[in-house]
Each structure stands twice: as C-alpha cells, then as structure tokens.
Design a protein around this ligand. Structure first.
Ligand code: ADP
Ligand code: DP6
Ligand code: CO
Length: 318
C-alpha cells in the first residue's frame, strides 16, 4: 500500500482567460480557456494519511490554514469514497497568491499526489476534473505545453485536455512587480467581475477569440497569439473596473510595464502582455526576441525583477 505520495505540477498562464463561474461550487466556468504551462514555476506536494483530528497543510515548511485543502479533500471523499485525514506538505516554487497561478500548480500537484495515495486510475481527464474542483485553473496544469479547458456545463463535461503538445518557441518574460499576497483572491475577484454590465459581451468575444487562438497556436503565429491574448486579458481586467464593487489588480508599475511593452511592439519587436489576478505582467514574445527585450526591460525598470519562462511539462510523480 502507498503510504506517502508525491507529485509535481507546473503553473500555467491562460492566453484565453477563465474569469467567471456558471456553477461556483464546482468551478464550472462561463468560458472555455486555453493556457501554456510554464517550465519555471511549479509546486511539489506530498500527501500521507495521518491520525490527526483534521487534514493539515504544511506549506513551505510552515503550518498553514488548511481550510481550502480540506474542502478539496472532502470533495475527493464525496467522489471516490471516504478515507482518513491527510497530512499535506507542499513547496511552492512560485509566489503564493500573487497572481502567478500558485492555485493552478498546487491543486494539480495535490490531485496527482492524492490519486497516487488513493491508488485511483491515473486517467488524465478524471484528474483534470478533480483538480478543477480545487481551483479552476488547476484543471489545465495536468498537461504540458498548451491545454484547453472545455467549459462544459456540469461536473462530467468540464475538464481540460492537451490541445497542442509541442513547444512553439513562445517565451514569457515575467515581470515580478509584487510577490506579496493579493487582497482580492481570484475566486472573489471573478465573482464580482460577473456583475459588470459588459461581462456578457466579454464572454461572447472570448468564444470567438478562442477559435482564433487555436489557429494561431497551430500555425505557430506568435504575433497573432500575443495580440489575441492581450486583448482578452485587458478585457478581463476591464470587467473588474466596471462591476458593482469596482476593483483593480493593476498598480502604477503594471501600467508602466504595459505602456513600455506597447512601445516595444510599435518599434518592431514581438511584445504583448497578459495579466492574471495580480499586479505582475507576463510579456509574450518568442525565443529569438527574448534576450533583446529582456535587456530593454531591465534597463527601463531596474527595480523590477524579470524572469524568462518557456513551455513546461505536465504532472509528474516523484
Ligand atoms: P494565485 O494567483 O496564486 O493562483 P489564488 O487566489 O487563485 O492565487 O489562490 C491562492 C490560494 O491557493 C492560496 O491562498 C491557498 O489557499 C492556495 N494555495 C496556494 N499554494 C498552495 C499549496 N502549495 N498548497 C495548498 N494550497 C495552496
Ligand atoms: C486570472 O483558478 O485561481 O488566472 O477557480 O476560484 O480557484 P478559482 O480561481 P483560479 O482563477 C484563475 C484566474 C486567472 C485566469 C486563468 O488562469 O484562466
Ligand atoms: Co489561482
């Protein structure tokens, strides 16, 4: 019998975003989404049965509130049968709750560890469904390279799958503007965003952008990928500003990085932005341009730390 199980999963950044839920309890989204898994940022998680009174979480060697993990484990108990309390140990090689997708890598890694511990068949589709119930974006981190999360309309039909399992030389330069914990979680942020009068228009546009994005990936057209991803992401953040309790993840530095990216694009370089639920900016470019672009950004923003990420692999057992 397995007594301890360990899995590693990478974060992913959506090129077409998930930002809203049809069924909040199950993380059934209002849109399908498409992401690239990153090599640089990941989570390693181990799980073992324990005789403690509750599930526990040790995150980066610190006892951490386990409410969300325990809720996720309860969903596994509901779906796959009851099991004892679990001790979870996790290391984030990504800032936690800073808009760099720690919930994606962590719930994907925890899903892998639990499927191993429970000796469940490692069916990727089923693991994607399970990870999705922990955090929507985690459904995509089961897979490497490009993953597509078909929104579906219930638990069975809502899962991610590999869309294009090849590195297409896309680079993401991550501008780490702040790695501190955001005030507004993704979960709450998207719930508020759905009250924007323009929200249904963003959802409708997203369906069209998804089809264009699929084509752009298949044809390795980085410029097209960047233009669509940027438009989709800026539209997502506009919903936050238009909703009934307006909020904004952008800081002054976020805006400065966006403006500088646009200037670089106008000067003839491949450079586009995408931004998740936090102030940090991911600059989309290609492997040929990344060095020149990185040097420009470092010169312009000496106070910001930049890291380059490429396509990464799917869930692994360690
Ligand atoms: P992010 O932008 O980092 O994905 P979210 O608001 O979506 O931010 O999710 C952050 C939450 O995910 C944390 O507050 C915590 O509940 C959970 N989380 C992050 N990392 C881990 C981990 N390694 N193990 C368990 N839960 C984690
Ligand atoms: C902006 O997956 O973190 O990164 O399902 O409530 O845990 P929950 O939200 P989460 O939301 C991610 C939002 C996003 C866009 C994306 O990754 O698609
Ligand atoms: Co998240």
């Amino acid at each position: 019998m397995t007594t301890i199980a360990t899995a590693k999963a990478h974060t992913n950044i959506a090129l077409i975003k998930y930002w809203g839920k049809k069924v909040p309890a199950l993380n059934i989204p209002t849109t399908s989404s498409l992401s690239m898994t990153l090599d640089k940022f990941y989570t390693t998680t181990s799980a073992e049965f324990s005789d403690e009174a509750s599930d526990t979480l040790i995150l980066n060697a610190t006892n951490t509130d386990s409410t969300r993990v325990s809720k996720f484990l309860d969903s596994l108990r509901d779906y796959y049968g009851d099991f004892p309390k679990v001790r979870v140990r996790s290391e984030n090689h990504v800032p936690t709750a800073a808009g760099l997708a720690s919930s994606a890598s962590s719930f994907s890694a925890l899903t892998g560890a639990m499927f191993q511990l429970l000796e469940l068949p490692k069916d990727e589709r089923e693991m994607s469904r399970a990870a999705r119930r922990g955090s929507g974006s985690a459904s995509r981190s089961i897979f490497g390279n490009f993953a597509l999360w078909n929104m579906g309309n219930d638990d069975k039909s809502s899962y991610a799958e590999s869309f294009y399992d090849e590195d297409i030389n896309l680079s993401m330069i991550v501008a780490e503007i702040s790695s501190s914990q955001k005030k507004m979680s993704s979960t709450l942020g998207m719930q508020l965003a759905q009250t924007a009068p323009t929200y249904s228009a963003w959802v409708e546009k997203s369906a069209q952008q998804l089809e264009e994005m699929k084509q752009a990936i298949i044809t390795h057209d980085i410029e097209k990928i960047g233009l669509i991803a940027q438009d989709n992401a800026l539209g997502m953040h506009e919903q936050n500003r238009q909703c009934t309790q307006p909020f904004d993840y952008f800081t002054e530095q976020t805006r400065a990085v966006i403006d500088f990216t646009e200037r670089c694009y106008r000067s003839g370089l491949l450079a586009f932005v995408t931004i998740d639920a936090g102030p940090n900016v991911k600059i989309i470019t290609d492997k040929t341009t990344e060095k020149e672009l990185l040097a420009k950004f470092r010169r312009e923003f000496p106070e910001i730390s930049f890291e380059v990420a490429h396509a990464g692999g799917g869930l692994k057992y360690v």
